[in-house]
Design a protein around this ligand. Structure first.
Ligand code: GRF
Length: 205
């Protein structure tokens, strides 16, 4: 399974995925990291794992559409079969989503549909504000509606009375690092079926 990773920031999920491949827990071939930030720490992680990087800063493109097409082209050029978003700041438009329909995953630091449409650490802060006693992370398929695609897997963590955004985020992040490579392995094994409008599509991998 040729895997494309999209990330903009710290890259701890990218690192967890690359470690899972290295350790034989994930039967995938990471072929490219698409990143949209020149200063992103994830670039150093990619370098450490010898993963080729395509840097596509939004500012390098005249229009949003041109940027999105470049993202799609980069993934297609590397013959990517499954795309994993891991803290990618840009929202993907239909031009990318439709080119990889049912083959783009994202991880979100809440139990969707709760606290959707926010970037980390906002979902964690919102969970604290709401006073929920349970939160977690969600791996879902990406559609053109932000954080609203079909949920593939979730993992829960407790919210403790003395939690700060930092302590809660760290507890969730540990689950993200466990869950994301596991779900990707399900795709690699062809164990995920996606039902679309009455049809059943078996994800290839
Ligand atoms: C994670 O909290 C993830 O759930 C969200 O963005 C954050 C990315 O963190 N989508 P990292 O860059 O993987 O460390």
């Amino acid at each position: 399974m040729r895997l494309g990773l999209l990330a903009s920031g710290r890259g701890s999920n990218v690192e967890a995925i690359l470690e899972a491949v290295r350790d034989g827990r994930l039967d995938a071939q990471p072929v490219v990291l698409v990143c949209d930030r020149w200063s992103a720490p994830v670039l150093e992680i990619a370098q450490r794992f010898h993963l080729p990087v395509v840097l596509l800063a939004r500012s390098a493109f005249q229009t949003r559409a041109a940027h999105q097409e470049a993202i799609r082209d980069a993934l297609q050029q590397d013959r990517v079969e499954l795309v994993a978003l891991a803290g990618f700041a840009a929202i993907l438009d239909a031009v990318v989503v439709e080119a990889f329909e049912g083959r783009i995953l994202n991880i979100h630091p809440s139990l969707l549909p709760a606290f959707a449409g926010m970037m980390a650490p906002e979902p964690q802060a919102a969970a604290l504000r709401a006073g929920v006693t349970l939160t977690g992370c969600t791996v879902h398929l990406v559609t053109t509606e932000v954080d609203a695609g079909p949920i593939v897997a979730q993992s829960t963590v407790p919210v403790l009375p003395d939690d700060s955004v930092e302590t809660l985020s760290a507890r969730i992040l540990a689950e993200e690092h466990r869950l994301y490579p596991e779900v990707l392995q399900w795709f690699a094994e062809g164990r995920v079926c996606i039902a679309v409008a009455g049809q059943i599509h078996v994800a290839e991998g």
